[in-house]
Design a protein around this ligand. Structure first.
Ligand SMILES: [Fe+2]
Length: 289
């Protein structure tokens, strides 16, 4: 099934024993990547780099340009962190794959982005269960160079810890999903990608922007928080923001009354369109049937 290894950070890595460190970090151990690993990175890097011009937002393109990321080899986290730290105070730390929610949120709240240490196998170019180094580094790290997104993701980490205590993580996680992972934005040239789940996936890059099937709807916080999402396939609806600053504005909202209102609402199916939506393009729904 064509989809992206997006952030299923809500699940702990299946049956693997937790790493020794309580924060689940492990050494990146860069010298242990073999020629096949670097070749997989190169294949993925080159095909996304061909596809993204004119499709990724300006901040993504700029972030990529300023980072020590290239086609020829898997990036070193220490080198990425040095540049990121100077720009927005973030670092990239290695983890084995999915980590428990509270570990994930604690990293984000402290401006550490946990990135999968491993890379997918050559036969998994378009489908992977857990986020690997290509999804996490190619998809997420360029956006962490942007000050608005850098602050927003830290705030999400803090909000995640609170939402967990309130038992309302599902509603908050939808905000992350439909922004950081699958967000689209209006720019001068038209709709552009800023979500890592799209930017790191060849097939979803095309689907999200070019396919007539999905809905593209203006982002509305409470509407998004009521909307379920697809974790195993392309999204049925993409939500569109006007700017990255508008995303950061979400971080200054008091979520307590928002949760109260969202709890009163009916949950929406991923492909549902409401009369109150500002629809940018109404999808045909053909892909999901
Ligand atoms: Fe992700």
């Amino acid at each position: 099934m064509p989809t992206s290894p997006a952030a299923k950070h809500g699940l702990a890595a299946a049956d693997a024993p937790p790493p020794e460190r309580p924060d689940w970090t492990i050494p990146q151990d860069w010298s242990r990547y073999g020629p096949e690993d670097h070749a997989t990175w190169k294949t993925l890097f080159e095909r996304q780099s061909r596809l993204l011009p004119g499709r990724a937002c300006d901040a993504f393109v700029q972030g990529m340009r300023d980072l020590p990321i290239a086609a020829d080899q898997i990036p070193e986290f220490d080198a990425l962190s040095e540049v990121l730290m100077a720009r927005t105070g973030w670092q990239v730390v290695a983890v084995p794959g999915l980590v428990p929610d509270e570990v994930f949120f604690d990293h984000l709240a402290n401006r550490r982005f946990p990135a999968g240490q491993f890379i997918r196998r050559p036969d998994q170019l378009d489908y992977l269960e857990e986020p690997d180094i290509f999804h996490d580094v190619f998809g997420h790290v360029p956006m962490l160079m942007n000050p608005a997104i850098a602050d927003y993701i830290q705030a999400y980490g803090k909000g995640g810890l609170r939402a967990q205590q309130l038992g309302t993580l599902a509603q908050l996680a939808r905000v992350y999903w439909y922004t950081v992972e699958f967000g689209l934005m209006r720019e001068a040239g038209g709709l552009r990608i800023y979500g890592a789940g799209i930017a790191s996936s060849l097939t979803e890059t095309r689907f999200a922007l070019d396919d007539p099937s999905p809905n593209r709807v203006a982002f509305d916080l409470e509407r998004v928080m009521a909307t379920r999402y697809r974790i195993d396939d392309f999204q049925e609806t993409y939500f569109v923001v006007d700017s990255l600053e508008a995303v950061l504005d979400l971080a200054s909202i008091d979520f307590a009354p928002v949760y109260e209102r969202v709890w009163q609402r009916e949950e929406l199916a991923p492909g549902q369109v409401l009369p109150t939506d500002t629809v940018i393009s109404r999808g045909t729904g053909a892909y999901h049937g």
